[in-house]
Design a protein around this ligand. Structure first.
Ligand code: ADP
Length: 445
């Protein structure tokens, strides 16, 4: 049996007004592998625990197969949890640990056939007689998985199950988790702060920030079409280059995006994906360039969608199969705050004051809904005139990948080509405006 799990505008408040989860809505299909991804403290575990029934829902609804389930006990939900700490019983062998939930469920029945079948599936038959202290970290995690699988749950809920393991083992078990959950066919909700893990495991990824769902989509789409600058910066290695730019649209010339001392000239007529840039004329924006959007090559090698800029080599990072070149292009990096550990804002809790107007209450509520700005720019005015003398000295602002055979040294000025087909632009609130979102208004151009 596998099941559909839905959250309808689910929120969770802890004491002292900590709003850990804010109006999260998710529809998880039967058999789907959904990853909850975000930095530490963004509410992932809280969402998982509300699905498990281990945490009360403050507002909103949890539906299991379409049925209201807020009040169901964890034992009534037929879900199995796998935690980061493997939590095996130290006095029981592997056989005892895997069989324990089965004995609790059906006291009269012999759990051996199911324990043996599970051990075979996980390749741990030879560990059945061992105690936890006789197992390695990876083996203990397999036993913990076995305990979850043996019950034939309708859903697996996994909370950072691999984070205590070394990198090699993590990669190996990641593949195993993917294989086993698909073989069992149970719906899986998997919590991680590791974007690479999320991208390799998930059918879909739900990105959370400050308790608020930022985007829910396939790994391919969250990478290629991040909803905002936070998602763009959280996903992908090396991290996307984020530069502060300003949109220029002179009456007598082509549109461009100024990047400090240089500019990206946009070809005319503007393609559909760049149309919303017109509205940003004169405003500060954030330009996002993944490392594959820029290459070291002379202007003469430019393909139709590529435009030239140049950069000063500041540092060369040798990685074996490739080289990461840190360049200074004379622009300013944009900062995404709390990328590592955003904290939900405590809500202002006041005793209900009869003198408070409706507007006051709405205002108070709006404060509690904020996860804070997604991006920090200097000013929030509409028009932006870059005055270079006010800006701090530019530093290495662009990381580009290249092959190790090119001889690059610090201080070299190198030509670069920016592929406009891979250009991201975000407005000053951090929302993506290029490529234009699907729901972009028809501007009639
Ligand atoms: P994540 O799993 O993304 O690291 P959590 O869901 O554990 O985040 O926590 C989200 C927020 O809720 C954090 O700010 C955390 O400190 C807070 N929180 C979690 N559990 C409790 C609790 N029992 N009491 C008060 N605050 C909590």
């Amino acid at each position: 049996m596998t099941r559909a799990i839905s959250l309808k505008r689910v929120s969770k408040s802890y004491q002292r007004g900590i709003r850990a989860v804010e109006k999260v809505s998710l529809d998880i299909k039967p058999g789907e592998f959904l990853v909850l991804l975000g930095p530490s403290g963004c509410g992932k575990s809280t969402v998982l625990r509300m699905i498990a029934g281990l945490e009360e829902v403050t507002e909103g609804e949890v539906l299991l197969d379409g049925e209201y389930a807020n009040d169901l006990d964890p034992s009534e939900r037929n879900m199995a949890m796998v935690f980061q700490s493997f939590a095996l019983y130290p006095t029981m062998t592997t056989r005892g640990n895997i069989g324990f939930p089965l004995r609790m469920e059906s006291p009269g029945e012999d759990p051996s056939p199911r324990v043996d079948a599970t051990a075979r599936m996980l390749g741990i038959e030879d560990l059945l007689g061992r105690y936890p202290h006789q197992l390695s970290g990876g083996e203990r995690q397999r036993v913990a998985m076995g305990r979850a699988i043996a019950r034939h749950p309708s859903a697996f809920l996994m909370d950072e199950p691999l984070s205590n393991l070394d990198a090699k083992l993590r990669n190996h078990l990641r593949a195993e988790i993917s294989r086993i959950t698909r073989e069992v066919g149970a719906t899986t909700v998997y919590v991680t702060h590791d974007q690479a893990e999320a991208m390799s495991l998930g059918d879909r990824v739900a990105v959370l920030r400050g308790g608020i769902l930022q985007q829910l989509d396939t790994p391919r789409m969250v990478y290629a079409r991040p909803a905002n600058v936070f998602v763009a910066a959280f996903i992908g290695t090396p991290r996307i280059n984020l530069l502060r730019g300003v949109v220029r649209a002179p009456l007598d010339g082509a549109m461009s995006i100024g990047l400090g001392r240089q500019a990206l000239r946009l070809p005319e007529p503007l393609c559909l994906d760049h149309q919303l840039l017109r509205v940003q004329q004169g405003r500060e924006v954030i330009v996002g360039l993944r490392s594959e959007a820029v290459r070291l090559a002379p202007r003469s090698a430019a393909r139709p969608a590529e435009v030239p800029i140049s950069g000063l080599v500041e540092h060369v990072e040798y990685q074996g199969h490739e080289v990461l070149v840190h360049l200074n292009t004379g622009s300013q990096p944009a900062v995404v705050p709390e990328l590592e550990a955003p904290r939900p804002q405590p809500t202002v809790r006041r005793r209900r004051d009869t003198r408070m107007t409706v507007l006051d209450r709405l205002r108070e509520r709006a404060v509690s809904l904020r996860a804070g700005p997604v991006v920090v720019l200097d000013r929030d005015g509409d028009e932006y005139e870059p005055r270079e003398e006010r800006l701090p000295a530019p530093t290495g602002d662009l990381v580009v990948r290249t092959t190790p055979d090119i001889d690059l040294r610090q201080g070299m000025q190198v030509p670069l080509l920016v592929d406009l087909d891979h250009l991201f632009v975000f407005d000053r609130y951090g929302e993506r405006i290029s490529p234009a979102p699907d729901h972009a208004p028809d501007l009639g151009w």
